[in-house]
Each structure stands twice: as structure tokens, then as C-alpha cells.
Design a protein around this ligand. Sequence first.
Ligand SMILES: [Zn+2]
Length: 670
Amino acid sequence: MNKREAKKQIDRLRKEINTHNYHYHVLNQPFIKDYEYDKLYKKLQDIENQYPDFITPDSPTQRIGGQPLAGFKTIEHSVRMLSLDNTYSEEEVRDFDKRVRKQLVKRVVYEVTLKVDGVAVTLHYRNGVFELGATRGDGVHGDDITLNLRTIKSLPLRMLTDDQELANIEVRGEVFLPKKAFVALNRQREEQSMPLFANLRNAAAGSLKLLDAREVAHRGLDIFVHTVPRQPGPSYHSHYDTLLRLGASGFKIIPHIKQCQHLDEVFDYINEWRNARETLEYEVDGLVIKVDDFKQRERLGYTIKSPRWAIAYKYPARQAITQLQNISVQVGRTGRVTPVANLNPVSLSGTTVSHATLHNDDEIRRKDIRLNDYVIIEKGGEIIPKVVGVVKERRTGKERKFIFPKTCPVCGEKLVRLPEKADWRCVNSSCSAQIRGAILHFASRQAMDIEGLGYVLVNNLVDLGIVKSLDDIYRLTAATLAERERMGNKSAENLIASIEKSKAKPFKKVLHGLGIPNIGINASHLLVEAFGSIDRVSKAKHEDFSEIPGIGEIIAQSIIDYFKNKKNRQLIKNLKQMGLCFVHKKSKAKQFLAGKTFVFTGELANMIRADAQAQVRKYGGHPISAVSKQTDFVVCGANSGSKYDKAKKLGLSIISEKEFLDMLEKGEKG
Ligand SMILES: [Zn+2]
């Protein structure tokens, strides 16, 4: 393939891939199989690797890239990014309509859209290519989050249209996290003992604030485009039509838009979605009502805070009233004791609710929540409902104040409340609730991945006092295990094997598995990279931590506190003796290709080119794309073209794919 052909191929592949992306991520109607898509993508990647000059930022291969940022640049919005007036009252929607009609005289058409609970962003396109994206910020200035936005697969890096009026457009939308992705993200954070996101909006906002776009790409964010702040050109009068046109140009526009001539239609639509919104896979908290015509919008203008041509109607939060039967307290892995309300089951937005969180002791007192009270529970964007208040009118005199237990409900040890902290804690490190939690965490997939060490068995082992701390896991024998209920010889042996296997887990997994508060898998990774061994981690001082990007004061303190405790130091000593890994082993392959340059050409039969290049790098060599006198090896696959000819002319050593693989094998052994 020559350069011209390569360029043509690249253009064709990009177009094809962009169209498939659109069908998959925007329309939700893929028409090719995943592996066929992957094949196209790989092919594009290969040609681009071969001709890196042709790589442009709008290529579908370039969505995720770059090093983590030190911070976000501030940009100034060309059209202020105002928030909308919002209201819970239908009366205020009527007033809005009256004001609009009074000012316009002419007939008004409203564009009504769902109000998705997410983070507002603005996107700038130049010549049809996504160039800049930013947060709302204070409405005048926002953060440049272009790299993070690029990772959202439903956001077109290049529009699928040649319409010149749209080519240099600014559009605005809502970045959101689908409900499923939210649940998965929080589950993952729970496993990694990281703080959970309270609701979908926080999760989306938190994800967009990450400085590493590669991490953002894993969050599962999505975007709906809902606003075009300026009339794109003379042929566009209606905002509604503009959005539809954008929808056909590759954007994921907000679904279920409706044009309404009369206010009655608007209210019908509000009612239509009141309950139906529960069935959507994203969170909708109201509807947005906007004057549709661009010219009319201009005439209505803005107040200092918001446009006069739009209003957001918000549905009241979903609440229910039910009786509080009692309050139980739960002891977490870190010893934190949380009160939970046990309720008479009640139906709330499609699910039956029988528990709600009460947060902490202070919260119960502040709201004066008593046993047998009728309480109002609310479910916002949150997954776990909360008790927002008491219906005092329904008190009969049979209500009793709740007295927070003074002792741990599990181990009986006196609970402690640190100054200025709202939580009560059980600080007994041999508390079985904590041991159980600690062991389940240690054995979890993210940590030591010990298959077969599940909840029931751990409970049993902890209750019987067979396992009192993490190192006891390594003292278990097949004989002890086989005595447990529902545990045959075979599964006992399997579990022992899987415990044995866990000793080979790398240091960062072990460190994560220790369950030190605030040390999730990411922090473990950073600490391991920075310190290299547990001895150095345990001796680190505040100033040593402050030099590691990504490690904050909370983590530093957590580590320091952990190693102050003699029991913890003993535990690590024991685990070391058991053979667990407390040193960071850099998997350094032998650098037998050091300094050698490789060019790959033609089609390889046994591996894709990117993998072959990765192998070269692994052993210290450099894959390059152009053949020159300095090239050490030219690896030729089937249908090698001009590079083969050139290599021959220059008298370079030309080897086959098989010879290349032999070289690797010999080097590895050698
Ligand atoms: Zn306890």
C-alpha cells in the first residue's frame, strides 16, 4: 500500500467506524457484530500506526489519550451558560406562559424536553470536528474538560454531515451516568473501600472532574445534547428542528422532545412522564419548557440569572409515609456503626422499601425520630431511601425515643465517638463483624481473589473462633475445612489450593487486601509504585506522601495510623512469614533487543501488528514505521510492498514472521 492508498483507506475506515459508532451508541441499533467492528477498528489502527502522519484528533482511535492533567484550564463562555428558572409549581408554569405571550403577542410554540439529572456541558465544533468542551462553572467561566468529554462514545468527534451552517456550531448538553453504570460504579467502589457516590449527578460530576481521561473512559458516562445557544444559520428558525437535524448528524439528542402549541398540552406531557420516567435508564427529575423559535427567544431575552424564554418544571421528590418499626445498627468493616430504619414495607417509585438510612445518631436526634413514628421517606437520585422527617400529627403517645447503643451489637465492646465525628465506632479489632468484613474484603476479587471463601463459610469460621485475623486464613487446613457444614473433601482441598495460590498475588493486591481505611486499589497502586516495599511504606512520614501525585492527606494519615498499631505490625510480620509478597517486583523482561529497531510490513499471520510491536518494546527494542539505513530488522509478512523493496535495496536484514518469533523465543530462553 502506498501513501495515497493508505490515506484513502483511512478515510474510508473512519467513515465506516463513525457510522457504526452512531448506530451503536446513539441510535442503539447496531447493525454489525462486535467482532466485525473490532476488526475494522484494528485495521484502522494498523494503517495509522504504519502512517502516523495521517493520525488526526478526530480519528475514532484517538478518543482516549494523553497523560493525566495537572489541572483544568479555565475558558470563557462565548454565550453565557445560565441555569434555568425552576419550579415545582404548575401555577408558576402558567405565569411563565402568560409573561411570554404578553411580550410576544404572536403565537408561541413550546419545545418540551425531559430534564435529565446530570452535569451541564458545552461543546464547540469547528469544521465539523469536536474542538473544545467545558463545564458550566459560574456561567461565565468554565473548566476545559475536552479530553474527558472525548471519551464519551456517543459524542461525535466528527459530525456526520456536510451542512455548512452546522459546521462551526456550539451545542450544549447533559453528561449523565445511566442507572446501571451508577450501580456498577458504586459496587466497585464499595469493593475498593472508597466512598460511595450519593446519587447519579454526583457520580457524573465526580467522573468529569478526574484528571486522567483514561479513568473517565471506564465510568460509562453518556451525553444528551439538548440546547443550541445560537441560531446556527438563516435556514434554521426552530430549535426543535435544529435538534432533529443534529440528531441526524451524529449527536445523541435528548429523547422524547415534543412541540406543544398550548399550555394544556404541556401539562398533559408533564403528567404523562410523572411515573413513566421511572422506566427510563437515566434519571429524569422534570421537564424543560422552552420557546421554540430562535427569533422569539432573542426578543424575550435574559434576566441577570436566566433566560426569559425557558422554565424547568421539577417533579416533587418521590416520598411515602410509613411506620418505623425499629432501628437496628450495623457494624461495617472499618468499625463504623450506622443506624438503619426498619419500616413497614411501602411502595415507592416502583420498588418496595422496607429499610432506609438514618445516617447517624445526631441525625436521629435532630429530626426527633422515635420508634413507632410515622416517617416520611424520600427517594431522590439516591438508591437507598432516606428518612426525611416525622409526621408528628400522627403520634399517639406510644412512640419511644431511640437510645443509641453504648456497646457494639456484635462484640459487646464499648463504642467510641471521636471528637467532631458524627459516627460511633467499634474499635475492637477482634470484633467479629469487623473480622468477617476484613476477611471478605481480603478474599475479594479486587484483592487476593480467594475463590470459595464466601460469606457463609467466613461467618462460620469467625463465629467458631477458627479465624481471628487475616493470617489465620493461611493456617487453615483441609481437615478443618472439611468438617464445616456443606463442605466436602474436594471443595476443602480446592479452597486450600486457592488460598495457596493467593500467596503469589502482587504486593499492590496484598496492600489493598489489608483493608486499611481509605486505601483502595488505586491508592495501593500509587503507594506500591512510589515506595516499592511494605517496610518503606510503614516508615513513610507525611512529607514522603506529599510528593506522590494522587495521594492526599487523608490517605497519608490512614497509613501512618495503621502502622502505629502494634497488632497491625505483627499481622504483617506474620503474613510475610507465610510467604505473601510485600515487595514490588517490576516485571522486567530481559532486554535482549535493546537499541534494535524493527519495521513491520505486510500482514502477519500469527499476531496483529500492535502486539508484535509491543513485544519489541518489552524486550528493549524500538518499533518504527519507516525503513531507513539505520533500521536493524524488517519483518515481512504476506503482501509486503514498497518497504520490502526499499529494505532490499538498502541491504537490510529482512526476516520472516517465523524468524521474528524464533528470535523472541531464543532471547527469552537465552
Ligand atoms: Zn464490635
